[in-house]
Design a protein around this ligand. Structure first.
Ligand code: ADP
Length: 255
């Protein structure tokens, strides 16, 4: 079994006096897709933000490929480049075209030549069905299209780990599928992903492992079928009862 790419050990995170995460430990192996589920406010976003060093932590350690992610470390920018994050709110620059949004970080941060990245950017845009939008501005796109551009932008940096924070939560229902399909495709391709979502069918289909976060910690960690069919804790049962499931089992990503 491969070494973990991401290791979170005994992580504790407080906002002021409020402890949001308490002694959280887990790891993600190369090529693994881990889905984090849990009730609203249980700290899922905070956990992703700590992993990307967007938030200071009070204790514990986060390692990527063995290197500690420490907000004060000199190599933090280099470490951060190895992690791609996609947010609920897209975070695209409104004054830049789709293509320029995508090329900005590879050119500015990785110092690549525009021509070098252009081909890949276009290939990725084509893959998500948006090649014809390369010269459009974000305001000219639907939410689902914006989110697919945000995913392409993250991919163009070749991150080793992709973090997705409720990326379909702000989308109209008809646009959710187009974004989830892109993520399923990335999972099939073997990308290492840590995903926060409220889309339960998708979670079950895409996950290699589910972490159920509750009360500041990991209340359950299980294979998706085990978690959805036989949740162990009362809290997980209550949580799952809030969602309606189709009788139809979702497509598995290995098929
Ligand atoms: P989730 O993603 O599971 O909905 P969050 O990680 O967004 O949960 O939030 C966890 C808890 O931390 C919530 O109680 C929230 O109000 C609190 N919180 C989140 N961000 C901040 C912040 N910047 N300052 C203070 N409290 C925060």
């Amino acid at each position: 079994m491969s070494e973990p790419l991401l290791e979170v050990s005994h992580l504790t995170k407080r906002y002021g006096q409020t402890e949001v995460l308490h002694d959280v430990s887990f790891s993600v192996r190369q090529g693994e897709v881990v889905v984090i589920l849990g009730p609203s406010g249980c700290g899922k976003s905070t956990l992703l933000r700590c992993i990307n060093a967007l938030e200071p932590v009070q204790s514990g350690e986060i390692r990527l490929g063995g290197a500690p992610i420490d907000r004060s470390a000199k190599n933090l920018p280099a470490l951060r480049r190895r992690i791609g994050m996609v947010f609920q709110s897209y975070e695209l620059f409104p004054h830049l075209t789709v293509l320029d949004n995508i090329l900005l970080a590879p050119c500015k941060v990785l110092k690549k030549k525009r021509e070098e990245v252009l081909e890949e950017a276009r290939a990725l845009l084509k893959r998500v069905g948006l090649l014809e939008k390369e010269n459009s501005y974000p305001r000219e796109l639907s939410g689902g299209q914006k989110q697919r551009v945000a995913i392409v932008r993250a991919l163009c940096m070749h991150p080793e780990l992709l973090l997705f924070d409720e990326v379909t939560a702000a989308l109209d229902p008809e646009m959710v599928r187009e974004v989830l399909d892109v993520m399923l495709d990335l999972a099939r391709e073997g990308k290492t992903m840590l995903i926060v979502t409220h889309e339960m069918q998708f979670a079950r289909a895409v996950a290699d492992r589910v972490l159920f976060l509750d009360g500041g910690g990991i209340a359950e960690e299980a294979a998706p079928d085990e978690f959805f069919d036989r949740p162990k804790t009362e809290r997980a049962k209550q949580f799952l009862n809030m969602f309606e499931f189709d009788a139809v089992r979702p497509e598995k990503k290995t098929e």
